[in-house]
Design a binder for this molecule. Sequence first.
Ligand SMILES: Cc1cc2nc3c(=O)[nH]c(=O)nc-3n(C[C@H](O)[C@H](O)[C@H](O)COP(=O)(O)OP(=O)(O)OC[C@H]3O[C@@H](n4cnc5c(N)ncnc54)[C@H](O)[C@@H]3O)c2cc1C
Length: 656
Amino acid sequence: MLDAKIPSGSLSEKWTKYKGSVKLVNPANKRKLEIIVVGTGLAGSSAAASLGEMGYKVKAFCFQDSPRRAHSIAAQGGINAAKNYQNDGDSTYRLFYDTIKGGDYRAREANVHRLAEVSTNIIDQCVAQGVPFAREYGGLLSNRSFGGTQVQRTFYAAGQTGQQLLIGAYQALERQVALGTVQMYSRHEMVELVIIDGKARGIIARNLVTGELERHFGHAVLLCTGGYGNVFYLSTNAMGSNVTAAWKAHRKGAYFANPCFTQIHPTCIPVSGDHQSKLTLMSESLRNDGRIWVPTKQGDHRPPNEIPEDERDYYLERRYPAFGNLVPRDVASRAAKERCDAGYGVGTSKQAVYLDYAAAIQRYGKAEASKRNLGNVSPETITQLGKDVVKEKYGNLFNMYEKITGENPYEVPMRIYPAVHYTMGGLWVDYELKTSIDGLYALGEANFSDHGANRLGASALMQGLADGYFVIPYTLGNYLSDEIRTNNIPTDHPAFVEAEKHASERINKLISINGTQTVESFHKRLGKIIWDKCGMARSAEGLKQAIEEVRALKKEFWSDVRIPGTINEMNPELDKAGRVADFIELGELMCLDALERNESCGGHFREEYQTPDGEALRDDENYMYVAAWEMKDDNWQLHKEALNYEIVKPSQRSYK
Ligand SMILES: Cc1cc2nc3c(=O)[nH]c(=O)nc-3n(C[C@H](O)[C@H](O)[C@H](O)COP(=O)(O)OP(=O)(O)OC[C@H]3O[C@@H](n4cnc5c(N)ncnc54)[C@H](O)[C@@H]3O)c2cc1C
């Protein structure tokens, strides 16, 4: 069994106790220690800025032309924190409890409690940086609800929360760049990890403009490289998001945890055809006010506005009256799939359900008329007042929907369908965020995280910033305090030479295949296999087939891929080929993990294991563990970390 090194003591005191007794590095020694931070999204920017501010020498890397372009910028809906500004019963414990329950009892209690504790610090930190969170008329920060909760604890900046938070973290990072504590390497991709005497000591990075390979030393290496949802080809992730950095670490011995735990988000714009390479999220915040429904008759072709109220099935409200449209994402996604599979889907593909704002517009309109003391108001005025309120809250999301679909969501219900959105799996880390390799840490979406088998909305930004601003500054010091006598290792050390040689040989091999099929075509085929057989529903039979298909695809890729251009130039096709090759290997591991877990939990839904009413059926006796896979000679060995619930009592999740 794996040891997560969780501190002793009562749950609510573990983190305080840890911070009070952790080893420290004095300021003079900090200046001598070098840290490599790969990734400058929210997790990486916040970590690099904090460590720079503390006095460490930091080198930060990202593959985009600026940290401002990290995938984090796409986050729309908000960030959770247990501030209880609404006085609606929120607390650190409730945020902790909701997250553990939302994750279907497959997350570590101690980590989740720490996350809930520091959530409030994040808001203070970001407000101090000037992040323009939405405010009430009186000036207090405003909140809204996300799925899986009955309180309002989500802080937001219109529909651009990630962008505003990233600007805050970016300016903190740039301040350190200007001060010289952080050296920024944009358009650089980590392609190898360097290990010396069992410890992570550096990386090989490829300059994506010149194609050159570079060696970089660090006393410790932090991977903040995001999630791997693009293994599915179609996802809401940024097009460049990939698994390569984590995969290189995995190949060098870092365990990969719960790879099959994927989040399928219920409210995305449905796939419209084969030509598509990207899916668009409609933020979960829209479920605050929007009502989800399908016609009560199968194959009803009438336009939505012609379907009378009593011929509509608000299936989430019907099945889950306590949480209604705000059930967690895994539950809402499966319910939509169930309705569509049963023939009640809408739109031309019949793979969609309605998200309707008509009732919210009327409700807000009446409240606004009353607020303004308007008597005898016409229905048109009420509707207009309501639309104005909705526009203020969700205007940019509505515009985005109209731009993509050509339909006006103020007039016609939106059509939505679940899509791949986030990956709960990732590099296994202990309580200190350290991977199974000494000196190698993983933060943000890149680690297997605090979300168990299903992440609640608005919790990823919280976790990334908690890791970067508030956790790693303590836990890394604990490791580095024993490294103060380690001098910088010159990069002509044989381990650097060997790692660079390995990276170079792989790139040369890729470009020399000179086959007939594009990188994109392989990615698309991989995505289809994984979506069909390791997506929203999985079965042992399908997973076994998928493993064979992915293995065959890997062979074909390495014998027939065609990459135009050369190595020593800017060559995005070559960059992508390396990433897709890693996705193919990950795809096999995801199916293996899903096959090994003979239960359903959260986003992992094995068709064989469900309750009579179609809910996920866990097997706590046999599967209450984190599955951490070690790669050995191109094969995998499973290690388990037992999950011990001391405070929360795992039960069948109910949102009824
Ligand atoms: C459309 C959308 C909306 C979302 N909305 C919300 C929301 O409202 N609330 C919420 O909590 N969460 C939301 N999420 C999830 C959340 O945005 C992400 O989980 C989070 O931003 C991930 O941050 P990160 O710092 O871990 O990674 P990222 O932001 O993905 O950053 C990864 C970084 O790693 C770098 N990198 C990767 N590989 C390499 C490599 N090999 N070499 C060098 N650099 C590398 C990249 O350049 C980048 O800088 C949303 C996600 C999507 C897709």
